[in-house]
Design a protein around this ligand. Structure first.
Ligand SMILES: C[S@@+](CC[C@H](N)C(=O)[O-])C[C@H]1O[C@@H](n2cnc3c(N)ncnc32)[C@H](O)[C@@H]1O
Length: 326
């Protein structure tokens, strides 16, 4: 998922302060290397994006020409028929899309009443770089889209939604129409009457989740940190006196790296589990193969977060298919 970091080559995106020469000079050699790697990655990504855009433009132009040639090659009467059938096809497609949209609105509206409560805790902005916040916002967008496609979506909450994260979310097309709970307050205030039902999901918990309880509210730390802030959500939950639990990954998989997953992976797993009631199937469908290692339960949990090396993950491709707004 780290692949979503960076400003996507967006010329309007604010400049990353770490690009400034004075800051680079203050960094250790190791940090400079990392920064350089990150900058090279971002430049490459921007190049790739521009290439894909150009290809799309060419393809659209090719199709347009092909269509014009087809029209020019047939008699007048045939031409009108072709134009009419094309219009009809477009009308049908639009009708289908608007029907799908209606159905999605119906599902999400119902989820507000009966869906499993899942909170994304957005109170960690101060611990993330601008790129990491950008990456988190992309993950949230992805979660919303995946949830909208579920037959029985979860009831999603964004709590602590303020400051830079809110600003970036507001920039997403259609965000103001999202059918989701947006709360500037912390979950602990917004859901104070349900404190005994709050369960913070964290890879550092001793408790292993075995079921999803419809009465419970599952909280996920809105963090992209390459596990730099190891244990931070566990500590927060302990201080607040709320329950914690970790996903039962070790019962089903031997991960090749860490058991710390990204926000979108955790939400996707929860949604898959709600649909299948099968942890193993949910993990296999969501956790990329190269991170799963050999299939053997229990493993060591140490190491970097699963966010590490996410640059080439299918997320980048999949997120392109996301419907950004309802
Ligand atoms: C990228 S992780 C953040 C890691 C962070 N250092 C921490 O202490 O939580 C994003 C969030 O996904 C959830 N998460 C990730 N892996 C998990 C696991 N194996 N079990 C339960 N929750 C997990 C946690 O809520 C976590 O805060």
């Amino acid at each position: 998922m780290e692949g979503t970091e960076g400003n996507n080559g967006d010329a309007n995106a604010p400049e990353n302060p770490s690009n400034s020469p004075s800051i680079q000079q203050q960094l250790s050699k190791n940090a400079q290397k990392k920064l350089l790697k990150q900058q090279r990655y971002e430049a490459k990504k921007a190049e790739k994006k521009a290439f894909i855009k150009e290809q799309k433009k060419k393809e659209a132009e090719r199709k347009r020409k092909e269509w014009e040639e087809t029209l020019a090659s047939v008699p007048e009467e045939e031409r009108s028929k072709l134009i009419e059938s094309r219009r009809e096809l477009r009308r049908e497609r639009m009708e289908q899309r608007s029907q799908e949209k209606e159905e999605k609105i119906g599902r999400l509206t119902r989820a507000k009443e009966v869906g499993q409560n899942i909170v994304i805790d957005l109170e960690f902005a101060h611990l993330m770089t601008e790129n990491e916040i950008h990456s988190l916002v992309q993950q949230v967008m992805y979660c919303y889209a995946v949830n909208g496609r579920c037959a029985n979506p979860g009831h999603l909450w964004l709590t602590g939604c303020s400051g830079e994260i809110e600003t970036q979310l507001q920039r997403l097309p259609g965000f103001d129409k999202w059918i989701i709970e947006k709360e500037s307050q912390s979950y602990i205030e917004a859901l104070q009457d349900q404190k005994e039902n709050l369960v913070y999901l964290t890879a550092d918990s001793e408790t292993v989740l075995d079921e999803l309880d419809p009465k419970k509210v599952y909280i996920i730390g809105g963090l992209v940190d390459r596990n730099r802030w190891k244990g931070i959500t566990m500590k927060k939950a302990e201080e607040q006196g709320i329950e914690t639990a970790k996903l039962p990954i070790g019962n089903y998989l031997k991960m090749s790296s860490s058991q710390v997953l990204t926000v979108n992976q955790v939400i996707e797993i929860l949604l898959k589990f709600l649909e299948t009631r099968d942890w193993k199937a949910s993990f296999f469908q969501v956790i990329p193969q190269r991170k799963r290692g050999e299939v053997e339960p229990e493993e060591c949990k140490e190491g970097n977060s699963d966010e590490q090396g996410e640059k080439d993950e299918p997320f980048e491709k999949r997120k392109k298919c996301i419907e950004m707004s309802i």
